[in-house]
Ligand binder design. Structure first.
Ligand code: UDP
Length: 312
């Protein structure tokens, strides 16, 4: 399948805008759809001069009409940080559920492939570490994170139903914590918080005792994994994430060191249902996609710190 015309929901967001860059770079025509709730035009400002780039400001939970054919519909729209989904619980549920249905319907009408941005949050607070794709997860449906987790679980179920009922080609990527330029400084996630705090000389806020773990993937590695997934034959979910697992305290200290900051590290209350561990099992990505991450944490963080320095 050659991808000539690609539609990306959430195209003005952190990941969506990097995907716009990527597919334009491969010679595709790209249509970005975004309601700009958490996305920003500044992420795609540089693309408007390209005649192969189009932007539609729209909420993907509403009916979407796009003239012409499409080869690939990528559903990447969603508030994506715990602070965002606490602020916008209903839009988060709607975009993951109703938005997925609309985007699937569009892909079906156009005979396009459908690619879903799923998440390591489908594993919830995992009782298995690292998490393989076969793990069904441990999600609290009614907790504050449930709006995101359950919407994404529904989105996966809906995607597989379209695949099975309509024979639609689909790809599901389970994205683990990804960082890099164009993250919103105030999205509340650990990396933008730590970098902003370190650069401003403010206290670096580690939640809980900092012993919870995450595995951080640099954005270019993620985009490479998604590109390979689309070119592969793997319909079912594939984890894309860096298996290097660190405690949050280690991450905070690393950011502080790289930013050459004199900030103090302080401890704050741990958010409700905060997963204690998270680490992808990437056996499947290695086997099916020949993918593994290449950018070391220190290098990715340096690039991200440089971006935040410019925008501060
Ligand atoms: N975290 C933290 N300090 C912050 C922001 C987040 O210690 O200022 C912790 C948070 O409690 C979680 C981890 O960092 O354990 C990753 O949080 P993030 O919001 O980046 O994403 P999550 O993986 O929880 O979706």
């Amino acid at each position: 399948m050659t991808m000539k015309r690609v539609l990306i929901t959430g195209g003005a967001g952190f990941l969506g805008s990097h995907l716009c860059d990527h597919f334009l770079g491969k010679g595709c025509e790209v249509i970005a759809v975004d309601n700009l709730l958490t996305g920003s035009l500044s992420n795609i400002e540089h693309l408007f001069k390209d005649r192969r780039f189009h932007f539609i400001k729209q909420d993907v939970t509403d009916y979407l009409h796009v003239p012409g054919n499409l080869d690939l519909v990528m559903h990447f729209a969603s508030p994506a940080s715990p602070i965002d989904y606490a602020l916008w619980p209903i839009p988060t549920l709607k975009v993951g559920a109703l938005g997925t249905h609309k985007a699937l319907g569009l892909a079906k009408a156009k005979g396009a492939m459908f690619a879903l941005a799923s998440t390591s949050e489908v594993y919830g607070d995992p009782l298995v570490n690292p998490q393989p794709e076969t793990y069904w997860g441990n999600v609290n449906p009614i907790g504050p994170r449930g709006v995101y987790d359950e919407a994404k679980r529904f989105a996966e179920a809906m995607t597989m139903a379209y695949h099975r009922s309509h024979g639609m080609p689909v790809r599901i990527v389970r994205i683990f914590n990804t960082y890099g330029p164009r993250m919103r400084r105030n999205d509340g996630r650990a990396v933008p918080n730590f970098i902003t705090q370190a650069l401003k000389g403010n206290p670096i806020t580690v939640y809980g005792d900092g012993s919870q773990t995450r595995s951080l993937t640099y954005v270019t590695d993620l985009v490479d994994g998604i590109d390979r997934l689309i070119r592969s034959k793997a319909a079912g979910p594939v984890n894309i994430g860096n298996p290097r697992e660190m405690t949050l305290l280690e991450i905070a200290k690393t950011v502080k060191g790289l930013a050459q900051s004199r900030s103090r590290i302080v401890f704050k209350k741990l958010p409700v249902d905060d997963p204690k561990v998270r680490r992808p099992d990437i056996t499947l990505a290695r086997k099916l996609l020949k993918w593994e991450p290449r950018v070391p944490l220190e290098e990715g963080l340096q690039r991200t710190i440089a971006y935040f320095r410019k925008t501060l």
